[in-house]
Design a protein around this ligand. Structure first.
Ligand SMILES: Nc1nc2c(ncn2[C@@H]2O[C@H](COP(=O)(O)OP(=O)(O)OP(=O)(O)O)[C@@H](O)[C@H]2O)c(=O)[nH]1
Ligand SMILES: [Mg+2]
Length: 456
């Protein structure tokens, strides 16, 4: 933390490159290679000047030792990203220039920053908590509206404030229990009765459980929601995949059993990434390779969140019950394909959404996309709903839930208050672990920040 660090913050290849410096000596070191003395520069100011490649900057801008014309933004502690004195040099994007500037900074006393070191300093200097620091990495990695919205809401303290509400309630519960412990020999004092404590415990645990359950949606949003396209051979599964992707990704033919292996690709619908998996058509076969493909169809069904079951005629009673069996606990959409063919007769289904399309010619496909989007059932973060996307948070919340379950059964079996408050203290400490409010071991910090890019 005492060292001044530097790194390239932008990806190579652009017209400009930004080099970040942070630490007590930032402005002193920078002044040694810049045409102006910045040691007393005001906070949040921008300075135009030159970077000199020689150690002793000589006078005029036309000096042959000028390396680049740059803009330097100056930030002062504590009002900077890291909370330290820092600067950003906007250079021209040449690899040579950027490497040379970094070399000069290191020569004058900077150290090259490790991955995520700026954000780690921001956390250690109290500029943000751990969940917000993690959100920075998610924000940089966000690739669509949904992942962006999750990262922004976490960065703006969505999870932190949710956890602080929980913390308040837990403290209330702990204090009620401890009151009982401290004054249990005063018979004339009245304490909150245990039913009341159970109600409060259940309320807290319910919230924790909702958060842990949201992890599945969080993961799905981050990795793309898996959608399996299944059905008998030749019903048009691959044609639909190609239609959704707007490209000839899978081989289409009127030979039954064309698709042997699963084929996967992603598209965004209304800002959410869906991972479509085209599968081998299901039928009885003696072909060994085809059978392997069909087995893969079943495992794709298992992993999917949404199942698009395609038919090109009314499914038999037997097929329908098979469909319902496989789609148990999943969102199911039955698709009647090839509506452009006159021999393909309409039918209705009870309680199962049915969409009619022509994968070949495009009719009904945008309705299908909307149905898929709705089936994803993604909670809306814009109205403050918190979704857990991080495995570290999920793991901690699961532990919190386990402790709360122990508290609840302890309350119901009249366990003594001191044993109960021990579990409650565990929950409080788990919540602090998520936000990093308690001292976080270096190993965990290392784990979190190594996944960052250098320069952030
Ligand atoms: N008329 C019409 N033909 C279609 C439509 N969709 C698919 N087809 C045709 O149906 C045949 C089978 O299409 P595929 O997409 O290969 O079917 P599949 O379900 O992937 O078949 P398998 O991979 O063998 O399981 C092809 O000849 C397609 O051109 C449609 O909407 N209308
Ligand atoms: Mg196919």
């Amino acid at each position: 933390m005492n060292e001044t660090i530097c790194a390239l913050a932008t990806a190579p290849g652009g017209a400009l490159g930004i080099i970040r410096i942070s630490g007590v000596q930032s402005l002193e070191i920078l002044s040694k290679i810049f045409s102006k003395d910045l040691t007393s520069a005001l906070p949040n100011t921008i300075h135009y000047g030159h970077i000199f490649s020689s150690t002793a900057p000589a006078g005029s801008p036309s000096d042959p030792e000028v390396l680049d014309e740059v803009l330097v933004s100056v930030f002062r502690a504590p009002h900077s990203y890291t909370g330290e004195d820092s600067a950003e040099i906007s250079c021209h994007g040449s690899r040579y220039i950027l490497n040379k500037v970094l070399e000069l900074l290191v020569m004058h006393g900077c150290r090259m920053a490790g991955p995520g070191e700026y954000t780690m300093r921001a956390y250690l200097n109290g500029k943000m908590d751990l969940t917000q620091a993690e959100a920075v990495a998610d924000l940089i990695a966000s690739s669509n509206a949904a992942t962006h919205s999750l990262a922004i809401s976490q960065l703006r303290g969505g999870i932190s404030s949710e956890l602080s509400h929980l913390r308040e309630k837990l403290l209330k519960l702990t204090s009620l229990l401890e009151l009982e412990l401290d004054f249990s020999d005063h018979e004339d004092l009245e304490f909150a009765d245990r039913t009341e404590l159970s109600i409060l415990t259940k309320e807290i645990d319910k919230r924790i459980t909702t958060l842990t359950l949201s992890f599945e949606s969080g993961q799905a949003i981050k990795q793309g929601i898996p959608v399996a396209i299944v059905g008998k051979t030749n019903v048009g599964k691959s044609t639909l995949l190609n239609r959704l992707l707007h490209e000839d990704r899978a081989i289409v033919s009127d030979i039954h059993g064309t698709t042997r292996d699963t084929i996967e690709d992603t598209i965004d619908i209304n800002g959410i990434t869906f991972r479509f998996i085209d599968t081998a058509g299901i039928r009885q076969t003696t072909d060994e390779v085809e059978q392997i493909g069909i087995n893969r169809t079943y495992s794709a069904i298992e992993k999917a969140r949404i199942i698009l079951w395609i038919v090109d005629q009314e499914p038999s009673h037997e097929e329908l019950s098979k469909i319902c069996l496989y789609a148990e606990n999943k969102k199911l959409i039955v698709i009647r394909n090839k509506i452009d063919k006159s021999e393909n007769k309409p039918f209705t289904l009870v309680k199962i959404p049915l969409i009619e399309i022509s994968a070949k010619h495009g009719q009904g496909v945008s309705d299908l996309e909307q149905a898929i989007y709705l089936a994803a059932d993604i909670p809306d973060t814009s109205d403050g709903e918190v979704i857990i996307t991080n495995a570290r948070h999920y793991d901690a919340l699961l532990r919190a839930h386990q402790s709360m379950t122990r508290v609840l059964s302890g309350l119901e079996s009249d366990l003594s208050g001191d044993l109960l408050s021990e579990d409650l203290r565990d929950v409080l400490s788990v919540l602090s672990e998520i936000t990093g409010a308690e001292i976080t071991p270096n190993e965990i910090l290392g784990n979190i920040f190594t996944h960052f890019c250098v320069g952030k």
